[in-house]
Every structure is written in structure tokens, then in C-alpha cells.
Design a protein. Structure first.
Lengths: 448, 359
């Protein structure tokens, strides 16, 4: 059979043993005593060093105390629950203490500990002997009979001990009763104190709850006011926004108005500028005004009082005055009127129709007006007024010409139409001075 | 199926915590809803609930509580008594209190209390008692738990992460042979025997032997730490011992790579994760045949029934001189790790174990 791996190791070990034996003889190690260990002081009440007891030392206690002492002495440990219970059941079944001690001493664990209990072995043997069927029965009877005197003595001693214990127990019970009464009285006092304290606490709690309710009510009111204030703030904010919006609108409106006024001013300025800047038209106009004014003045008797309605910037009026007519003008546009006055012309700002109505009957030698003065509605009435204000034989000159600052359509410049109207107003048309794009219609009030 | 994982505390790089977290991940990978419950948790990137919320979280008798039993905790015992859910006791072993006698009364009391609860847990007749090793499970089978309710599953670990870390050897001694010990300074871990073995190594040729100890010392075991230092001084080995209490993963990796052997003379281990770290990283293993260590090592190391210093020293010397033996142990170690303790293997075994609850 071939050597196994373990055979190999065993052979090696044998060789090593031999080498060790040789080394031990060759170089022995000096002996060193082991270090002393601390004395065992068990804090668990178990004297592990003591292994010798007398049986009387271990049988003095009773029941659990006896079992506990037996475990600690013979097994060197505290009893476990199961072990203690097992031995207690034996005691309750009538087993003698020697049997309990023997069970522990000669258990596997007890043999390992090896404690010696003097006097235990014969008692333990007897305890086990009585458990043998038949033989044990007779042995137990024999032991009982042999021990009867001792049993009687033990009985009397037990009676005395029991009586002493009973007296002691009675005294102790009496003392306990007294103590219980004292404690009961103290407890009653504590109970009363507790009740009073409880009532006081209850009152304080009730008062505290009332105060808490009051605080809650006040808090609710404050909360309502806060809500109302918040709502008011919101409404105020809305009003402020509305006012802001209105102010903005107002500002926009004022700005619009300012813009319109500025536009009007600009328009008036533009009109004035148009009037003064149109040089070609101005020369033409001046030429025909000179012609017309000459024609008119020639037909007027002294003092030649002439009223010009709608003088504008006074160009026609200045032509009349240049012909030595006692002319004055009426103009509704204050800008134009001022422009004429600044050139020294006698122009009054007034409504031409109202000014004509204020003229006395037959107070004028001559009356001149442009077609732009004649209001479409009041044209006939104005012409009748014109006849009224003229002296008999007085002369009216109607200028039929486009005015740059008025919107004239083609119908307004129709001389024939005006001639017809003048005739309708009782004025006799005495001539039409044609100047191309404009003309003047002369008319007289018939002399009586 | 909801699974509540109950443990007293969680901390980074702690063997029990690693088992809890990786087992949780494996169970979630199988589609189970798993929640962690612990009194305290630090350095854990996971939601951890308060233990008092555990019973409210479970809502069906088909749900499971897995309690990681590593110390005495009355609350856990009460929960397992009350709950209607199925119960698994994941047992990591509790060091017998005798090891701490004379060193720390607190450790004695705590270990005694923990081991005292073994009877109580055994009496609960939980659906499954899951030990890190057959040695651990014996604590329950010896208390009457039926073998049908017991199973063995090696603990989940972080060896894979250790294999990927770049080594940092700046603080690792370069002497040879280099004896390595990994584990907290505790009386059951045989540090004093280790110092004696180093003394024997130094007495034998070659004389440059060095011991590297990587492990923390709990302040409550200061007396034991003093005893170890006293033995080092008594043997005149102050210059031949390096003790790193704060080694990180990179330094641990470098230590395994540089060491001639991992020498573990512990007298009580529930599984011993450093053994599989050494096997995975190719470090030959020399150990005492105590508790769970023979099972963990298998045939992948040199396991002795005695911690006699010359025996250990001769073993180290043989490893230094016998290249075939070194390679054999390295290969055996890697093969055993891959076959028995690789995460995928543990995951499959856990899945198989949980089938009894799914079905």
C-alpha cells in the first residue's frame, strides 16, 4: 500500500519528536515558576477554593436557601432555574436533604468540582436505598423504627420551635397591624391633602380656562378688525388706482387741449403768415383794390363815411383810406384785427352782422364787405340791413374774391348770383368790376 | 420568511460580527428578509434595530430567530422562551471560566454566567443548534439535545478581503524563523507556552528566531499581560518578541506572508479563524490538538498533543529546513480552505441547512 499524505505527516512528526527529545537533553530550558495569580475573591459569594464541608453546614437552611447554598458549595455556581426547580420538586416530594446534596455532589458537574462533604455518603446511600423496590420499603420501615425516639424528640423540639415561631409570628402580626393602622392614618391624611390640592388645582384650572376664553374672544375681535382694516386698505388701494387712472386721463385730456390750442395758434399764425407772405396775390389784390376803391370813392359824396365789414388784415381798408375815404373796419378775427391796427388802420373787433345792426339808419355813405362775411342763413337779412344803414344814394361794394383764410367754393364767387341777391334786397346793381378771378359788384340805395 | 438575527453587539473585524453580517448577506441572497437586532453596533454599514423591537418585527410562527450565542445574555434567553417563531441557536462557544481564575474575576463571572445558560438553552429544545464546529455542538449534545436538532457550519469570515489587501510589512520583523501568533491576549490562548517555545527555538539553531504576536490586550486582563511580559523578560527574549496590538489588515497580510509558521497553542477555541487565514494565505500551521483546532486544521497542519517547548521548537526548525514539508503544508492549507471554508462553500452549506425551514 502506498503511503498516504497523512502517513507522510506522521513520519515527519515522528522525526520531529526525536529531534525534540534530543534537544531537550542537549539544551534543557531552565524551569520558571508560573506567575502567582491574584487571590480569588468572588463578588458572587462563591468560595471556589473551599472544597471541604461538613454535612451540617449545608443542611441548616431550608427550601430555596438550602438549594442555593448547595449549588454554590458543590457546583461552585449559582443555581440555574431548571436545576433549582428540579431539586425543589424533590424536596416537595419528601426527599431528604442528603439526597439533594448527593445528587449535586455526584453529578457530572459535581464530580468535576470534587468537593468533599463529610457524612454525606452514608446518608446519600441510605436515601437511594429506600428507593429500591421491596428492600427499600423494609429498609425505610427499619430506619423509621430505629429512629423513632429521635423522631419523637425532633417532634417535641419542632412543636416547641413552632410554638415559639407562632408566638413570634403573632407578635410580628400585631406589630404589623399597628404599623398598618399608622400607615392607614397617614394615607388618610395624604388623601385629604391630595383632595384639597386637587380642588385648588381644579379652581385654578377653571379660572385659567375662563381667562383663556376671554383672550380668545379678544383675539377674535382683533382678528376681525384686522380683516376689516385689510379690506379697507384694499378698497383704498382700488380708489387710489382709480384716482390715478383719472388723473392720468385728465392729464391726457389737458395735453390734448394744449395740443389743440397750440394747433389753433399754429393755424392762426399760419393764416397770418399766409396773408403776409403771399406776395404775388398781394400785388394783384392791391391793384384791384386800388381800382375798386377809386371806383367806389368816385361814386360817394363827401364826407365819404365808409364802413368796411370783415376787414381781415385791412388791405382793402387801407386802399379806401388811401382814397381819402373816412373808412373804418369791422373784423371778427382778433389776430387779423390786431395786425391791421398795428399798421395804424382803424379796425374794431366785432361781429360784422352785429355791428351793421347797430348802425343808424342812413348813416353810411358807403359800405363794403366781402362775400365771406355774408352768412348763408343771414345773407338776405344783412343785405337789407346794409340798405337800411346806407344813405339814399349811398353805395355798396361787394367784393367777390377768394379769401385765403376762408373756405370758398365756386358758388360763393358767382357775381351774377350776388347781383341777384343785391337786387332782391332792394339795392340797385350799378356795375360789376371784373378783375379776372375776382370781381366787385357795386350797388346803390335808390335815392328818394 | 422573515429572519431576525439577534446578537449582543456588533463591531468591525470581530469574528462573531463577521459571521453575523456575512450570514445575513447569504440569507438575503437566498431571498429571505433578514433584520439585525443588537444592543450596540459600531462601524457597521447596516441598519441595526434595538433588541426590544424583535418580537414585534416577527409576525408569523414560520419566521425564524437566529441568536448568536457567544456570551451570557438573559434577554436573549427570555426572547427565545417567549417567541412563537422558530429558533436557531448559533453557538460560538464560551471560554470556560477556569481559564480566567486568578486573572480576572469579571471574566470568571461573565464566562460562568454564559456557560450556565447552556443548560437553559438546551432545555428550550430549539429547532436548531448550529455550532461553529463539532466541538462547539458537544456542549449541547452533552446536555441532551438530540443530534437531529444539531448542525455544524463553520463561521463566515473575511479571509477573502484579507487576500485582496496589499501587504504592509514596515512593522513586520524580518528575522527568521518568524513565529506568528494571531489572537487576543487571553489566558486560554497559551501565550506563555508560546514564549517558552520561542526560548527553546532560540536555544536551538538557528538563533535568530523571533515571535510576532498580533492581538489586543483587554484592560481587564492586564494581570495576564503582565505575566506574559514577565515570562518574556525571564527568558531574556525582550529583543525577540514583537507585539502589535493595533495591526491593520495590510500588516496582518504581511505577517502571514513573512511568517515561517502560525503557532497556535491555545487550549480552548470554538473554531479559530486565524487558522483558516493562515491556510488561505499559505502559511504553515503548527497547533495544539485542543478543542476545535484539530477539526479546523484537518490534515493541513502539524498538530501536537503537547505544548512541550522543544517539540514546538523542533517543529519550527524542521519547517525552516524542509522545503518539501513547507510546500506540502501550504498546498494542504490552501486546498482545505478552498474545499471546506471558502465563502461559496459556506453559503451552500447554509442554504442546505435552511432548507429544513423552507420546506
Amino acid at each position: 500500500m502506498s503511503p498516504t499524505p497523512n502517513d507522510y505527516l506522521e513520519r515527519i512528526k515522528a522525526e520531529i519528536r526525536a529531534e525534540a527529545d534530543a534537544a531537550r537533553i542537549r539544551d534543557p530550558l531552565p524551569r520558571i515558576d508560573p506567575a502567582p495569580r491574584a487571590t480569588v475573591t468572588c463578588d458572587d459569594g462563591i468560595d471556589r477554593k473551599r472544597l471541604d464541608y461538613a454535612i451540617g453546614e449545608l443542611t441548616g437552611a431550608d427550601y430555596r436557601a438550602f438549594i442555593d447554598q448547595a449549588f454554590r458549595a458543590l457546583l461552585k455556581r449559582a443555581p440555574d432555574d431548571a436545576g433549582s426547580e428540579a431539586q425543589a420538586r424533590l424536596l416537595a416530594a419528601g426527599a431528604p436533604k442528603a439526597e439533594i446534596l448527593g445528587n449535586l455532589r455526584w453529578s457530572r458537574e459535581g464530580r468535576h468540582v470534587g468537593a468533599r462533604v463529610r457524612g454525606l455518603l452514608p446518608r446519600y446511600v441510605l436515601a437511594k436505598l429506600v428507593r429500591v423496590p421491596v428492600l427499600g420499603y423494609f429498609a425505610e420501615w427499619g430506619l423509621a423504627l430505629a429512629g423513632l425516639p429521635m423522631l419523637l424528640r425532633h417532634q417535641r423540639a419542632a412543636d416547641t420551635a413552632n410554638a415559639a415561631r407562632f408566638n413570634a409570628a403573632t407578635d410580628a402580626q400585631r406589630e404589623h397591624g399597628r404599623r398598618i393602622d399608622e400607615l392607614h392614618d397617614a394615607l388618610s391624611g395624604l388623601r385629604d391633602d391630595f383632595s384639597a390640592l386637587r380642588d385648588e388645582l381644579r379652581d385654578q384650572l377653571h379660572r385659567a380656562l375662563l381667562r383663556l376664553d376671554a383672550l380668545e374672544t379678544r383675539a377674535a375681535r382683533i382678528e376681525q378688525r384686522c380683516d376689516a382694516s385689510a379690506n379697507g386698505q384694499i378698497e383704498l388701494r382700488h380708489h387710489v388706482h382709480a384716482i390715478n387712472h383719472w388723473v392720468v386721463s385728465l392729464q391726457d385730456s389737458l395735453a390734448g387741449l394744449e395740443d389743440a390750442a397750440a394747433a389753433d395758434r399754429a393755424g392762426a399764425d399760419a393764416f397770418a403768415a399766409a396773408m403776409t407772405d403771399d406776395a404775388t396775390e398781394a400785388r394783384a389784390r392791391a391793384a384791384r383794390h386800388a381800382e375798386w376803391s377809386a371806383a367806389l370813392v368816385a361814386r360817394l359824396a363827401a364826407p365819404r363815411v365808409v364802413l368796411d365789414l370783415g376787414s381781415g388784415d385791412g388791405i382793402w381798408l387801407s386802399a379806401l383810406i388811401a382814397r381819402n375815404a373816412a373808412a373804418s373796419g369791422i373784423e371778427a378775427n382778433p389776430v387779423l384785427a390786431e395786425s391791421a391796427r398795428q399798421r395804424g388802420l382803424p379796425v374794431v373787433v366785432d361781429d360784422p352782422q352785429a355791428a351793421l345792426a347797430r348802425c343808424a339808419d342812413a348813416s353810411l355813405d358807403g359800405l363794403t364787405l366781402g362775400v365771406d362775411v355774408l352768412d348763408a342763413k343771414a345773407c338776405v337779412a344783412m343785405l337789407h340791413e346794409a340798405r337800411r344803414a346806407l344813405q339814399p344814394g349811398g353805395c355798396l361794394l361787394l367784393r367777390v374774391e377768394a379769401v385765403p383764410y376762408r373756405l370758398d367754393d365756386g358758388a360763393a364767387l358767382d357775381a351774377a348770383r350776388w347781383s341777384a341777391r343785391l337786387a332782391a334786397a332792394g339795392l340797385a346793381v350799378s356795375g360789376v368790376l371784373d378783375a379776372g378771378s375776382a370781381c366787385a359788384v357795386l350797388a346803390r340805395r335808390a335815392a328818394p | 420568511m422573515k429572519i431576525a438575527m439577534l446578537v449582543p453587539g456588533l463591531a468591525p473585524h470581530d469574528a462573531v460580527s463577521n459571521d453575523v453580517l456575512h450570514m445575513t448577506a447569504a440569507l438575503r441572497g437566498d431571498g429571505h428578509e433578514v433584520a439585525l437586532f443588537a444592543l450596540n453596533a459600531r462601524g457597521v454599514d447596516e441598519t441595526v434595530h434595538a433588541p426590544r423591537d424583535l418580537e414585534a418585527w416577527l409576525c408569523s410562527p414560520s419566521d425564524i430567530v437566529i441568536y448568536h450565542f457567544c456570551t451570557g445574555w438573559g434577554f436573549a434567553l427570555d426572547v427565545l422562551r417567549r417567541t412563537q417563531a422558530r429558533r436557531i441557536v448559533r453557538y460560538h462557544n464560551i471560554t470556560p471560566p477556569e481559564f480566567f481564575t486568578g486573572w480576572s474575576d469579571g471574566y470568571v463571572a461573565a464566562c460562568a454566567e454564559g456557560r450556565a445558560q447552556l443548560d437553559a438553552f438546551a432545555a428550550l429544545e430549539c429547532e436548531l443548534y448550529l455550532g461553529d464546529s463539532p466541538f462547539n455542538i458537544e456542549d449541547f449534545t452533552s446536555r441532551g439535545v438530540a443530534p437531529g436538532r444539531c448542525a455544524v457550519l463553520a463561521p463566515f469570515h473575511e479571509v477573502e478581503q484579507l487576500q485582496t489587501i496589499a501587504p504592509d510589512a514596515r512593522r513586520i520583523p524580518s528575522a527568521t524563523p518568524l513565529l506568528l501568533m494571531v489572537g487576543r491576549l487571553s489566558p486560554n490562548k497559551g501565550y506563555i507556552d508560546l514564549v517558552d517555545a520561542l526560548a527553546a527555538s532560540v536555544a536551538n539553531a538557528p538563533p535568530d528566531a523571533h515571535l510576532l504576536m498580533i492581538g489586543k490586550l483587554d484592560a481587564n486582563l492586564a494581570a495576564y499581560g503582565d505575566a506574559v511580559q514577565s515570562r518574556i523578560a525571564a527568558r531574556g527574549l525582550e529583543s525577540r518578541v514583537t507585539w502589535l496590538q493595533d495591526a491593520n489588515g495590510a500588516e496582518l497580510r504581511a505577517a502571514y506572508e513573512r511568517a515561517d509558521a502560525l503557532v497556535l497553542l491555545s487550549r480552548h477555541e470554538g473554531f479559530c479563524v486565524p487558522l483558516i487565514e493562515a491556510m488561505a494565505l499559505g502559511t504553515p500551521v503548527v497547533a495544539l490538538a485542543s478543542s476545535a483546532m484539530p477539526w479546523t486544521i484537518g490534515d493541513a497542519g502539524l498538530v501536537w498533543e503537547s505544548v512541550e517547548p522543544h517539540l514546538i521548537a523542533a517543529t519550527i526548525a524542521r519547517l525552516r529546513s524542509d522545503g518539501r514539508l513547507r510546500e506540502s503544508l501550504r498546498a494542504r492549507g490552501r486546498e482545505r480552505y478552498a474545499r471546506a471554508f471558502a465563502p461559496a462553500v459556506l453559503g451552500r452549506e447554509l442554504h442546505t441547512i435552511m432548507q429544513r425551514f423552507v420546506q
